[in-house]
Write a new protein. Structure first.
Length: 432
């Protein structure tokens, strides 16, 4: 059982569960009676939320002749960044890079910062927001079955996750697979042994686990098989941007070099545009000069200029809000209108659910293959699964739910607590 009471002081060495997500993070506290409560976040304009956007903004201010680095997280990070985009840095999707050995460190505001240090700064702020001293709690932390990115090193990703928590001041943590944690939360409703499949859809990864739960067994849960893919909700946003937004910004244009044959506009610009955590990296003099050079001989120069305006004016957040709203609307409507406007950019396009499902069909196929892999590793067939539990925002997408209904039957598919179930399960696992 869980509640969402206001934050209250914690006793020494309390158990907490932390779902450090690509898009959102959640903190849940477990009591000695087995009850949990979700920590609340309150930011200006965003009061009383049970999730915090996984965003970190860093900036410098001068006081008494010295520069001091300041930081904020969640919605406040966006506000701080928009106050002075040129002098601040907005860090997004940190979790997506954990298993990528190519990203070791960066220089921000004259400082050398490793990814572990950035994760640690975010987590330290997260704990301050909910009034928890990381040195005074036992924490169970979630990790995906398979980290996001190309050819991820999962062991490396887990170690960097641990190092990030150490940098935040945690004395020690336990790490558990996120779908297992969601399964623990779901299993609190069981009064008899059951074999369940958990589908956990995050922002950057989707994980599937087959587990055997026995309320009478002290171990409670026996993992039978796991599988995961490095795509989830962000990938669905990419499909909308790629099919609706990018063509309006010149993706299908051509240009000429020295009067030669028409060449396609560099596709990598639109790959970055479609990945929200990479858009800010395009705002460099080199990239903007390259786009300007292509624009001079482009077949659709106005669209290339619109792309430059989007990047220079840092309108990515507004664009992604519009795309996210359209995606959400398609979960309960047969069609919606994607609207976005900035200067000369005017996008107003009706999107039907059938269109959207066609765009995400390759991603749905990957989900289906991963479910098959999890069952194979468990040595089970679909008929051996007693219950299916889906969690995460992407589980609201009708085509995603249909994958499981078609394979397992509607009576066996369940959902609930889509945004907090992983953290609740982590807290329960640690407190058991």
């Amino acid at each position: 059982m869980s509640s969402t009471a206001p934050n209250t002081p914690l006793r020494n060495r309390t158990w907490i569960g932390i779902d450090f997500g690509t898009t959102n993070s959640v903190v849940v506290i477990a009591g000695p009676d087995g009850h949990t409560r979700t920590a609340r976040f309150s930011f200006p304009g965003h009061p009383d939320a049970d999730t915090c956007r996984t965003l970190l903004c860093l900036w410098q201010e001068e006081a008494r002749g010295r520069l001091t680095v300041h930081e904020s997280i969640g919605p406040a990070a966006i506000d701080a960044y928009l106050d002075d985009p040129a002098e601040s840095r907005l860090i997004m999707s940190m979790k997506s890079y954990l298993a990528q050995s190519s990203f070791r460190e960066t220089r921000l505001l004259g400082r050398r910062l490793t990814l572990e240090m950035l994760v640690g700064q975010f987590l330290a702020c997260l704990m301050r927001e909910v009034g928890i001293d990381p040195a005074e709690v036992h924490a169970t932390v979630g990790r995906p079955v398979r980290f996001a990115g190309e050819m991820p090193d999962d062991a490396f990703g887990e170690q960097r996750l641990r190092d990030g928590f150490s940098a935040a001041g945690f004395g020690g943590i336990a790490v558990a697979l996120e779908p297992e944690a969601a399964g623990w939360r779901f299993a609190q409703r069981l009064d008899a042994p059951a074999t369940i499949l958990v589908g956990d859809f995050g922002g950057g990864t989707s994980d599937f686990s087959v587990l055997r739960f026995d309320p009478a067994d002290t171990r409670r849960a026996l993992p039978l098989g796991h599988a995961g893919v490095g795509i989830a909700g962000d990938q669905f946003d990419y499909r909308i941007i790629d099919n609706v937004v990018s063509p309006c910004l010149g993706r299908n244009s051509t240009y000429r070099v020295m009067g030669g044959e028409p060449l396609p506009v560099p596709i990598e610009w639109y790959a970055s545009l479609a990945r929200w955590h990479r858009l800010s990296l395009m705002r460099t003099p080199q990239t903007l000069r390259a786009i300007a050079d292509v624009t001079r001989t482009a077949s659709e120069p106005d669209r290339l200029r619109a792309l430059m305006a989007l990047i220079e004016d840092q309108q990515g957040q507004a664009l992604y809000r519009a795309v996210g709203a359209a995606k959400s609307a398609l979960s309960h409507s047969d069609s919606t209108i994607l609207r976005f406007a900035h200067k000369d950019i005017r996008i107003e396009r009706t999107i039907t659910r059938a269109e959207f499902e066609g765009w995400i069909a390759p991603d749905l196929a990957q989900f289906d293959d991963a479910v098959s892999a999890a069952l194979d590793r468990a040595g089970l067939q679909a008929g051996d699964i007693d219950r299916v539990f889906l969690t995460g925002g992407t589980s609201f997408v009708p085509a995603v739910r249909a994958l499981f209904v078609d394979r397992f039957g509607a009576d066996r598919v369940d959902a609930g607590g889509e945004f907090v179930s992983v953290a609740e399960g982590l807290a329960l696992m640690g407190g058991t």
